[in-house]
Write a protein that binds this ligand. Structure first.
Ligand code: NAD
Ligand code: IPM
Ligand code: MN
Length: 348
């Protein structure tokens, strides 16, 4: 029997509730599909920070390296720990250290879920560059007296980084509707963004079976709302992909539906699976967070581990639940009710 070592980091706020839901679903499919899971839970969070002065131990990355995959809830409790400390102490270093450069974020409107748009066809796959770009951390603050203070944040695109994420997007497009939209802002930013556009054109010539559109991020945001049916695979830089995927989540019916996989495609280190949303302090501890994004992310993890049938069963159970009207609008059901419905479908 195959057995997977799973590092589980529930994190903060609703991260804890939705990870608990995802683990229940994982345990259920593991026994149904005949594989084993050895989960180890790590309490790394803002609470952990208060206790120890760090978001994770010094050897945290080395500890995680030995696992087959990482399941994460959400990180951040800005009331007591600045986001610049919590996210840079846990989530972002994991993505970088394990070279999880491809952040896959599927956006699809599930049956009966009420999105804000009239369009019923909404099915895009956002591929977000996940290790460099606007998140490179290059920059600083130059103090020359308060009135002359300067803050710099530099976007870094490397040939390797841009080429590999675009290639990843092209490969995904080949498996879908063979259309790729590359998103930049090269009319305003004339170095990094123009470079990304150039690499897109080079690769487009190579992947000539894929239709390529190049769009600016502003027009793209409008298109996602006005004509999402014209989109298939969307490839974007770290920051642009971050913003577009909250928009994608909203069109899907809310942050509670959007799943995400931080993938290291060469598998030299573990990949990490987490919902797109954060710790949602405004609804934490109320049993009202939608666990579907986390459960869907767990399904993406199963698929990555090679348990494709189990992954399909989890997605089918999510779809069955919404088809039966469970979790289709904010507040319609509790976290426990949605989880129980999905478990019920899986057990039958
Ligand atoms: P958020 O995603 O936590 O919340 C935004 C809004 O969406 C809130 O109104 C929230 O209630 C709602 N929401 C989010 N998830 C939901 C769910 N599953 N079901 C129902 N409603 C849901 O974004 P934020 O408020 O900007 O961030 C809160 C904290 O989380 C911050 O510290 C932020 O940095 C962090 N954050 C972490 C991650 C991550 O760990 N991957 C992602 C985003 C934000
Ligand atoms: C996400 C989050 C993170 C990001 C934050 C919390 C650093 O918003 O995963 O979408 O911007 O990548
Ligand atoms: Mn985000």
């Amino acid at each position: 029997m195959k057995n997977y070592a799973l590092a589980v980091i529930p994190g903060d706020g609703i991260g804890v509730d939705v990870t608990d839901a995802a683990m229940k679903v994982l345990n259920t499919v593991a026994s149904r599909f005949g594989f084993g899971l050895s989960p180890q839970t790590f309490p790394w969070s803002c609470e952990y920070y208060h206790e120890t002065g760090a978001m994770m131990p010094e050897d945290g990355i080395e500890t995680l390296r030995g696992f087959d995959a990482i399941l994460l809830g959400a990180v951040g409790w800005p009331k007591t720990v600045p986001d610049s400390v919590s996210l840079h102490g846990l989530l972002l270093p994991i993505r970088k250290a394990f070279n999880q450069y491809a952040n896959i974020r599927p956006h699809r409107l599930l049956d009966r879920v009420e999105g804000p748009l009239k369009a019923s066809a909404f099915d895009i796959l956002c591929i977000r560059e996940n290790t460099e770009g606007e998140y490179s951390g290059a920059g600083g603050r130059v103090h020359q007296g308060k009135s002359n203070e300067v803050a710099i944040e530099t976007t870094i695109f490397t040939r390797e980084g841009v080429e590999r994420i675009l290639r990843f997007g092209f490969e995904q497009a080949r498996k879908r509707r063979k259309h790729l939209t590359s998103v930049t802002k090269s009319n305003a930013q004339k170095h990094a963004m123009v470079f990304w556009d150039d690499v897109t054109r080079e690769l487009a010539a190579e992947y000539d079976d894929v239709t390529v559109s190049q769009m600016h991020i502003d027009a793209m945001a409008a298109k996602m709302v006005m004509a999402p049916e014209q989109l298939d695979v969307v490839v974007a830089s770290n920051l642009f992909g971050d913003i577009l995927t909250d928009l994608g989540a909203a069109i899907q019916g809310g942050l509670g539906f959007a799943a995400s996989a931080n993938i290291n495609p060469d598998r030299s280190s573990p990949s990490m699976f987490e919902p797109v949303h954060g710790s949602a302090p405004d609804i934490a501890g109320q049993n009202i967070a939608n666990p579907i994004a986390a459960i869907w992310s767990a399904a993406m993890m199963l698929d990555h581990l090679g348990e494709a049938e189990a992954a399909k069963a989890v997605l089918a159970a999510i779809e069955d639940a919404t088809r039966q009207g469970v979790g289709i609008r904010p507040g319609s059901h509790t976290t426990d009710e949605i989880t129980a419905k999905i478990l019920g479908v899986l057990e039958n």
